[in-house]
Design a protein around this ligand. Structure first.
Ligand SMILES: NC(=O)c1ccc[n+]([C@@H]2O[C@H](COP(=O)([O-])OP(=O)(O)OC[C@H]3O[C@@H](n4cnc5c(N)ncnc54)[C@H](O)[C@@H]3O)[C@@H](O)[C@H]2O)c1
Ligand SMILES: O=C(O)C(=O)C[C@@H](O)[C@H](O)[C@H](O)COP(=O)(O)O
Ligand SMILES: [Zn+2]
Length: 358
């Protein structure tokens, strides 16, 4: 097993990564001083696959466990489902000496995290991510949120988990499209931070798609380490952390305009990264070969790269609600070659995006 640490002073926490390590959950909970009364929050699909096992592991170790199931899908990452979960906790008498476990993908993790941040003004929670995307990205760093009809993740809080336990064995039941979606965030780390990792991904397409255990553990470890380093430097996104938003300004607009869940988060980020790289190319920050290398790798992992046919006006309006907008100005994350990036205020988004779409 690999153990990483997210160093945030009194909010520091461990990330346990391994294959078949779900049984060690009670050890992690004991290690972080977790309460013995827990609510496992999951969705209908993941419950069918893993809830019995998690409940058994916890009950055998003396935990008092209550299961809360939410419907499956991005469209349920909303304030109504948030309220339903809170109601369930109140009805079951959960107090400040209880904790929450998020068992599932990024939707369950983001929503559970926001419930944890809000319920009784904050109860502890642990992430048990079961999709590639949640294992490499959403379970780490403490961004919790639900969507608003007008924009992605517009309601939320920074609230760190007490620990993250990543069992890559759970990826064996994941659909190929969801695996690809997670790979978009992995490729993002290579583009913004680590050219060697980008090349390694290019050499490891078959091993990863065949779910080779050591390749998966390497991908999760490397991704979590890159994300942890950034979060440790800028927990609440005052500057550096914005680079983790590479491809997201446009990607979130796609998710919002198509109706949450139609285009998966990683798919939207895939298209958004390519759009950003074309803007980079126009500014001379990267070469034609860099853009081709990015689109080639996205395609090898079966990710979409074609921009959905919404009007430029629709895209600009949706992007105007991006959280990085400051004093009415859009801020863009642009790659510098492969392996580095920069953040720029965009004085003329109509011109910048108009020149690279379609
Ligand atoms: N907080 C952050 O830093 C952060 C980072 C990236 C993405 N996100 C958010 O994460 C969400 C996307 O997460 P996601 O891609 O995990 O989507 P998801 O949570 O919708 O999960 C994808 C699908 O996989 C199913 N599933 C989960 N685990 C499974 C397993 N082991 N086997 C079979 N099926 C399984 C789910 O039921 C769902 O149908 C978006 O809302 C996005 O905004 C947040
Ligand atoms: O952790 C971060 O910081 C990220 O930006 C990670 C992104 O992959 C993630 O999708 C995040 O939710 C997007 O940022 P947001 O602030 O617009 O929600
Ligand atoms: Zn993302």
């Amino acid at each position: 097993m690999v153990v990483l640490n997210v160093g945030l002073k009194e909010r520091s926490y461990p990330i346990w990564i391994g294959k078949g390590i779900l049984d060690q959950l009670p050890d992690m909970l004991a290690g972080v001083g977790f309460p013995s009364r827990v609510a496992v929050i999951t969705n209908a699909t993941v419950a069918g696959l893993y809830a019995d096992r998690v409940q058994q592991i916890l009950s055998r170790a003396g935990f008092l466990v209550h299961l809360i199931e939410i419907p499956d899908g991005e469209k349920y990452k909303n304030i109504e489902v948030f309220t339903q979960v809170i109601t369930s906790l109140i009805e079951q008498g959960f107090d400040r000496h209880s904790g929450l476990l998020a068992l599932g993908g990024g939707v369950v993790g983001d929503l559970t995290g926001y419930v944890a941040a809000s319920y009784l003004r904050g109860v502890p929670f642990v992430q048990l991510p079961t999709t590639l995307l949640s294992q490499v990205d959403s379970s780490v760093g403490g961004k919790t949120a639900v969507n608003h009809p007008l924009g992605k993740n517009l309601i939320g809080a920074f609230y760190q988990p007490k620990g993250v336990l990543i069992d890559v064995a759970t990826l064996q039941t994941l659909e190929a499209r969801e695996f690809a979606s997670g790979m978009a965030e992995v490729i993002k780390y290579g583009v913004i931070r680590d050219r060697r990792f980008f090349s390694w991904l290019d050499d490891s397409v078959d091993a990863l798609q065949n779910l080779d255990g050591s390749s998966l553990i390497h991908v999760v470890e490397k991704s979590c380490q890159i994300k942890a380093d950034i979060v440790e430097n800028d927990e609440k996104e005052s500057h550096l952390r914005a680079i983790l938003n590479f491809g997201h300004t446009f990607g979130h607009a796609i998710e919002n305009l198509s109706g949450y869940g139609e285009v998966k988060h990683g798919e939207a980020v895939s298209i958004g990264m390519l759009v950003a790289s074309r803007i980079s190319l126009k500014r001379g920050y990267c070469t034609r070969e860099d853009v081709a290398a990015l689109s080639g790798l996205l395609r090898k992992f079966k990710l979409p790269i074609a921009v959905p046919e919404f009007s430029l006006d629709d895209y600009l309006e949706a992007m105007g609600r991006d959280k990085k907008v400051t004093a009415g100005r859009l801020r863009l994350v642009l790659n510098v070659g492969i392996g580095d990036c920069c953040i720029e205020d965009e004085p003329d988004p109509r011109q910048a995006f108009g020149a690279v779409l379609h």
